[in-house]
Structure formats: structure tokens, C-alpha cells
Design a protein around this ligand. Sequence first.
Ligand SMILES: [Zn+2]
Length: 421
Amino acid sequence: MSNSTNYRISGTRLWQGLMDIAEIGATPKGGVKRITLTDVDLKGRNQFRSWCEEIGLTVRVDSMGNMFARRPGRDDTRPPVMFGSHLDSQPTGGKFDGALGVMAGLEVMRTLHDLNIITEAPVELVNWTDEEGTRFGRAMMGSGVWAGMFPEEAVKALTDEDGITVGEALAGIGYEGTIPAAPFAADSFFELHIEQGPILEQAEKQIGIVTGAQAQIWYEAIVTGQDSHAGTTPPIARKDALLTAARIIELVNNIMRETGQSSIADPGRGTVGRLYVLPNSPNVIPGEVRFTVDFRHPIDARIVEISERFPQEADAIALANNCKLTLKPVFRVKEQPFDETCVGLVRSATEKLGFSALEMVSGAGHDAVHTATVMPTAMIFIPCKDGLSHNEAESIEPEQAEAGCQVLFDAVLARANRFSL
Ligand SMILES: [Zn+2]
């Protein structure tokens, strides 16, 4: 059976759908604020549900609020081919992060409905709960519980700034479903997403064929020195925690650049994104600095090497500056390769549709990274303007969305219509 079809999704309807969902939580600067499990999220969920029901899909909600909209197959006993993304956003988010994958999934369903196509296996469109992690501090939360990466009870006890738990927030909007948030027999998962980086745009490619996600290690670091008077403490007597932290930040940057600084396609990332300085007073030498470190690389062996080397070198810097370093690894994932067959379907659909493409590794985390641990998974990227995301100015062109959605449609249809073994 061919992997590419003559069936065409509607780019106009897809774009209209994206604009419609973007009105829910629209910000004055043209972005979206649809934070997970709020009243705005509820509005988005209810709208999504009614669009699904309009075309005859059956919507189920699990105990984490993950929504599954099902279209039966000719053989409805077969496990479903799933696709989707997330409708929640960052506080100053864009219109397309997550929403693209959900609305393109809806467009796939609308096209199947219009053309009266019955797929062999059932198909299911998913809206995962809380991908962004912005409210409860746990990114890819719904898919993570579903895939068994996070224990549900512990996740439900996480609180937001106002002390509201995930469990209370779910119940509060009426989206704590009755079916368990655990993997059911599913065939595969496909996720279309904006790249959220500059590689496709700069390479002038239409489609990113995502072969997997990067290995990561994150640390929490505390540098302890000594608070002392800025005017009276001579250089030799200083235990400056901020200066020490700055030198460790430089080390993070140097380690990142060892494997990539000649082209935008070079791998390896190292970031310090959060810094607390104590006592944070203009005339006191800082006695304590707390910061985070985030290393990523497509090859796990490189992260293993960094995890052996970085603590030693950072420690040496602290010692040389009369300070003490406490380094705690707080998060570690191995590289997550996607499924060769599913990636192959994305590749052949892209080729047959005549789109230019680049094979790439996802720099960001996505729900697909969790689903990949329990079922065959693939991702499709499209470029976004200036690689900008998690920003209200996030932007794509209608034809870019259409191209990504058509690849999704063809890959899903090929997968759902393949002969059962
Ligand atoms: Zn996203």
C-alpha cells in the first residue's frame, strides 16, 4: 500500500482552526495564555471536544485529563493509531506551540470524515494535559503519567503558586476522567510540532523528519562563599560566590561549545537559565548563589562523559575561588530514538509529496518523547519564524502548517491502513 495518498487536507480550514483556538486565551500582543487546568484551558478543551463530536468522534478523558477523540476503524479491535499534541500554553506563549499538533490532528479527522474514509485500524486524536509545566513545574505531565514515567499520585499532589494541587485543579474544571491514565493497547503515536528553533528555517527546508530526542542531564548547584563588606574586604580575603558561579557558567558554555560552534546544525547544548544571588545587595559580596545547569546532546555517551567531568571541573573552580560547590543531579534522560518504521512513514510521505526535508533530533522535550517509551512514535517538525517560540511573537505561514498537516495525514493513513500481521 502506498504511503502517500491523493487525498488532500484543507489548508484553509486548518488555518481557520488555528486562528479559532488562538482566540481562547488570546493576549493583546498576539500570543496565547492558556495555562493548564485553568478556566481558559477549560474553554479550549470544551471547544476542542465539541469540534470532535461534530464529526462523530467519541471523546474519552482519563484521570490526568488527557483527552482521546476516537474514530472507529474497519477492524475496531485493532489498537488505534494515535496523533496529537497539547492545547496548554506558556504564560506568554504563541499560537502554534502544541495547538498546531492538535488542530492539524483535527484537520486529519475532518478530512477523513469529509471523504468518508474508513481506516483499517481506529484512529485517535490526543490532547495531552500540561505539556508546558509552567503551572506545576512538571513538563509533559499528562503524557508522562500516561506512559508510566511519573507516578500519578505524586504528580496529583504537586501544587501551583497558590497551593492548589494538580488533583484539585483537574477536579475544579471537571476534567478528572474515570479511565486510568495508563498505556492502553495503542499502535503508534505521531506528533506534528513547530521546531521551536532556527535550523529548518536557515536550511530552507519545509519538513523536519525527527529521528529522536536528545539525552539530558540537569543539575541544581549551590555555591557557598561568605557574605562580606564590598568596601573593606580585600581580594585575597574574598569568598565570592557569584564570581565563582560566573566561572562555572563559563565552564558550562565551554563544554557546550566543544562539540558545536561552527554551524547551526552542531549538536550539544549547555545552559544556566536560573540564578539566585544571596543576599543580593549592591554592597555585599554574595555569600551564596543557587543556579540550574542543563546539558543536552543527541548522543547519550556524551552526556555520560559530561556527568563525570563537569562536577570535577566545577568543583575545582569553586576550590580555587575559596568557595564550596554542592551539585545535585535533578533530572536525567537518555537519548530517545523514535521508531524506524514510523519515522520511515514520515520520510516517505514527505518525499512523495515533494517537500524538502532535513533529518533532525528534537532539541526540546515533547509528549512524543514519553510515548516513545511505550509505543512506536515519530515526530514531524515545521519551521517557525526566526526559530522563535515560548514567545507571543511565535509565527508560521499557512502553507507551512498545511505541509506539516499533509505529511501527518499521509503517515497516519498509511499506518492505520497497513495490513495487520
Ligand atoms: Zn509544545
